[in-house]
Write a protein that binds this ligand. Structure first.
Ligand code: IMP
Length: 420
């Protein structure tokens, strides 16, 4: 039987997963999203053009591949329909290359409003949510009151929608939050028509039957392991399991069917939104990295916080996911520095640890290792890497114990170097 390989982010999201999925897609028959929703922004650049996908799997640009939105995803019909519109110029056969799980939870307009009301009420302690309604939708899923994609074709859909909306409006009444729903609802109902044009089905059967037929599947993770609801820097996390285990529940495949786990990380770290960031660089250094790496959110445009690579955090993510191969992104952004640092352990009250703390508070300090920089990354193969860059890579491989098989040195498909 064929296997499901998983590709996921090992940091706080924005590791460059879109580019890698796009690069790997030719090897797979099916690309499947298993969690998250329009909070994701997977950027693909090819032929000098840039395209950001939020809910549609990144295999969509490759003709002949099937793309699956799995049951673990929360789907916003409005964003979905806008994405479909945005893909029109590419003349893709979308209706035959994209299927949707009937069990994917729907984000309705009031989920977004609730997200905004909750964040506003949190004030200083806000999570920094993308405000796409992710948390409230997963909340309703767990509370067993949500609406699923298959429900849009049921005769009682409208009454179920109204019931959920009423429930949400009653909650909103308790918040100091003004809103008007009319325009959102018009967009929502128009978008449902677009969604109805797609195959909504039991994708778990499709995926398992495809495996039996020998078809290969790539599961495309969204966000990052340090945003995982269980293992991330709680409560500053997203509301889904972003780690590899989430692919089983989010697609309906067995753990036995998992093959490779590709862990994507940036040569440094970034984070959008609030929450602990042990190796964060404040001031000029952080600003320089942000400008050079064009570190602004693909979904919200927010500036990303930037910092050095964090080895204990990376090690933690590798362990949780069972990563078999590492892919390092944006190595070019670090070029031109005389020296650079890497966080190698955490210290509190003179006790050193290599574990990611339950709560990373200001009492914790980071111990750093300093590395010599490299001038540029305009090399064409893995073997051309300058000595200092090689040392940086080898240090990571040796401390983490997993090979770095791909290094990305630029946004385009062609700026991707593979270990031979
Ligand atoms: P939510 O998922 O929109 O509720 O946001 C929760 C936290 O996860 C916030 O700090 C967001 O900035 C962060 N987040 C959510 N999705 C992404 C993503 O795709 N990339 C990076 N950060 C994300």
């Amino acid at each position: 039987m064929a296997k499901v390989d998983i590709l996921l982010g090992l940091q706080w999201g924005d590791e460059g997963k879109g580019k890698v999925v796009d690069f790997l897609t030719p090897k797979y028959d099916i690309i499947a999203r298993f969690q998250g929703g329009p909070n994701a922004g997977h950027t693909l650049e090819f032929d000098g053009k840039k395209h950001v996908l939020h809910q549609i799997p990144s295999g969509i640009f490759h003709p002949g591949k099937m793309n699956v939105i799995g049951n673990g995803v929360v789907l916003d019909p409005v964003t979905f329909s806008r994405e479909i519109d945005g893909l029109k110029p590419y003349k893709l056969d979308l209706h035959n290359s994209l299927i949707i799980s009937g069990k994917a939870q729907l984000i309705i307009p009031t989920h977004r409003l609730l997200d905004q009301a909750y964040e506003k009420a949190k004030g200083e302690s806000k999570i920094g949510s993308t405000l796409r309604g992710i948390g409230p939708t997963y909340q309703d899923k767990m509370a067993r009151v949500g609406i699923r994609a298959a429900d849009i074709n049921e005769p009682d859909f409208e009454s179920r929608y109204n019931e959920l909306k009423k429930r949400h409006c009653e909650i909103l009444d308790h918040y100091d939050f003004d809103y008007s729903l009319d325009e959102w609802e018009n967009d929502f109902f128009a978008a449902l028509e677009v969604l109805r044009g797609f195959k909504i089905m039991n994708t778990e059967y499709y995926l398992n039957n495809s495996l039996k037929e020998g078809k290969s599947i790539l599961a495309e993770g969204a966000q990052g392991s340090l945003l995982d609801i269980d293992f991330g820097s709680y409560p500053f996390v997203t509301s889904s399991n972003t780690i590899s285990a989430g692919a089983c529940t989010g697609l309906g495949i067995s753990p036995k069917s998992i093959g490779e786990v590709f862990g994507i990380f940036k040569a440094y770290c970034t984070r959008v939104g609030s929450g602990p960031f042990p190796t964060e660089l404040h001031g000029q250094e952080g600003e320089e990295l942000r400008q050079k790496g064009r570190e602004f959110g693909a979904t919200t445009g927010r500036p990303r916080r930037c910092g050095w690579l964090d080895i204990p955090a990376l090690n933690y993510a590798v362990m949780l996911n069972g990563v078999t191969q590492l892919f390092m992104m944006k190595a070019d952004v670090l070029s031109g520095l005389d020296e650079l640092s890497m966080g190698t352990s955490y210290i509190r009250s003179e006790t050193e640890t290599f574990e990611f703390p339950v709560n990373f508070t200001s009492e914790w300090k980071v111990k750093y290792e300093v590395f010599k920089g490299w001038e540029n990354t305009s090399f064409k193969t893995y073997d051309d890497f300058p000595e200092s860059f090689r040392t940086y890579i080898q240090y990571i491989e040796e401390t983490i114990g997993v090979p770095i098989n791909l290094v990305s040195v630029g946004p385009d498909r062609k700026d991707t170097l593979l270990k031979s």
